[in-house]
Design a protein around this ligand. Structure first.
Ligand code: AMP
Ligand code: MG
Length: 429
């Protein structure tokens, strides 16, 4: 970190450049929520598949309603019924009506539907009190989706609407990129699990939960979360295990202290350092590098010889993110660098975090030299969106993440920002 600090956008680009998209796998639709499509999806059939009624009422020939109104009802003979799932057996003739339910198939011979409110609701004979034109209250086959239409592109994230559309075109299974396997190592002699009484000088391992939560929310598979003491041998053993996945996220231990063992251990394990030190607050001592597959494993039993893809056949590398241990820094740097890498591995089309601008509501004192990321609450006012820091912006103040809707980005070169100036913001989930 003695050298030049890398700018945020450059750091993100360097990480994304090293992403290898993951192989697709079949996913049952019941399991597909949140997954990313690895194939474009085309509908073989029309949706809806047949002309059907938009209303409860009577299927008729529009011509038979000519001149009908409240005074002079057209009288038609009811010759059958078309219910949802039970089409009528008759073809409709002149002077006839077929009772019809919403969504039921329009019988052959009919060209319009009269809603029940415009009739006397008769059973054997029905009085029609309006004149309707051909096509009235009929939903045509293919109005939603035409046969052969591409309904979803590769890279679409499957949300509730996507899941519904996939089912409506007849899919029960889709191809999705496999989810990246991510391991988390939280380093530090001071760390304790929740629930245990704290030893003097110890702290609770909040990163194990906040970072793990971010991993799962990003669409990755959380493979393991471990505590690693500040000890070279333990660090090497834990890293060796973590490097068998697609991504290893390490919290803490990447600074320049005498007990920070992560960098030298990674170097010994063959990692290529891509950047160390980002022009960022919070999050300066962020480290990023890669370890290629297959890895030399002769002196490290238990390390797989090949990548973690299906059958171990994928050609790629493990991405290693060393995030600063401070709880806010760990979350912010995860959002800036790890989440986009996960989304890119998944082939997600909407990879970039949503950026826009907003008015900053407070003066923010700052020296040029590093970009500052402020945890902010968003508020819509008459003149547009406003942001206001949630609270004290120290990198150890994890409660500043509570209720944060956005990160305001004050660029590296900027000095103090006055209240009312426009700033760039990155939206949080
Ligand atoms: P480090 O990056 O290891 O120098 O840690 C920086 C600061 O973050 C120290 O105050 C640590 O106690 C704190 N810290 C490190 N790891 C964690 C963790 N897993 N959860 C919460 N705080 C942590
Ligand atoms: Mg530490």
């Amino acid at each position: 970190m003695a050298g030049k600090l890398t700018e945020i956008d450059e750091a993100r680009r360097l990480a994304l450049e090293r992403v290898v998209p993951l192989a697709p796998e079949p996913v049952a639709l019941g399991e597909a929520l949140g997954r990313v499509l690895a194939e474009p999806v085309t509908s073989a059939d029309a949706v809806p598949g047949f002309d059907n009624s938009a209303m409860d009422g009577y299927a008729v020939r529009a011509a038979d309603t000519a001149g009908a109104d409240g005074e002079r009802a057209a009288r038609l003979t009811v010759v059958g019924e078309s219910r949802a799932g039970h089409p009528a057996r008759h073809e409709l003739g002149a002077g006839e009506a077929i009772a019809i339910s919403t969504g039921a198939m329009v019988p052959a011979g009919a060209d319009a539907v009269v809603r029940v409110e415009d009739t006397d609701a008769g059973g054997e004979e029905v009085g029609i009190r309006v004149e309707v034109e051909p096509g009235r209250d009929i939903r045509r086959a293919g109005e939603d989706i035409a046969p052969g239409e591409v309904v979803l592109a590769a890279g679409a994230e499957i949300g509730p609407a996507e899941a519904g559309v996939l089912v409506s075109v007849g899919r029960g299974e889709v191809a999705c990129a496999r989810r990246p396997r991510v391991s988390v190592l939280t380093t530090g002699d001071e760390l304790q699990e929740p629930g245990e009484p704290l030893r003097p000088g110890a702290i609770r391992n909040s990163n194990a939960y906040s970072v793990a939560g971010l991993i799962e929310r990003s669409g990755a598979l959380l493979e393991s979360v471990a505590i690693v003491p500040d000890d070279r041998e333990a660090t090497e053993a834990a890293l060796t295990r973590a490097l068998s996945g697609d991504i290893a996220v390490i919290s803490g231990g990447v600074s320049v202290g005498p007990h920070d063992h992560v960098r030298p251990t990674l170097a010994a394990l063959g990692a290529e350092e891509v950047f160390w030190g980002v022009a960022l607050r919070p999050g300066k001592p962020t480290w990023f590098g890669t370890v290629p597959w297959p890895r030399p494993s002769a002196d490290r039993p238990g390390t797989p010889e090949v990548g973690p893809g299906p059958g171990g056949t994928e050609v790629g590398r493990t991405l290693v993110f060393g995030l600063p241990g401070n709880p806010v820094s760990a979350m912010v740097t995860f959002l800036l660098f790890v989440r986009p890498a996960i989304r890119a591995m998944l082939g997600a089309a909407a990879n970039d975090p949503a950026r826009t601008t907003a008015f900053l509501d407070l003066d923010y004192p700052k020296q040029p030299g590093r970009a500052h990321l402020l945890r902010c609450r968003l508020e819509l006012r008459e003149d547009g969106w406003h942001v206001r820091p949630t609270k004290d912006q120290g990198s150890h103040v994890l409660t500043s993440m509570l209720g944060a809707d956005a990160l305001a980005i004050i660029p590296t070169a900027a000095g103090t920002v006055a209240a009312g100036e426009r700033v760039e913001i990155e939206l949080l989930d």
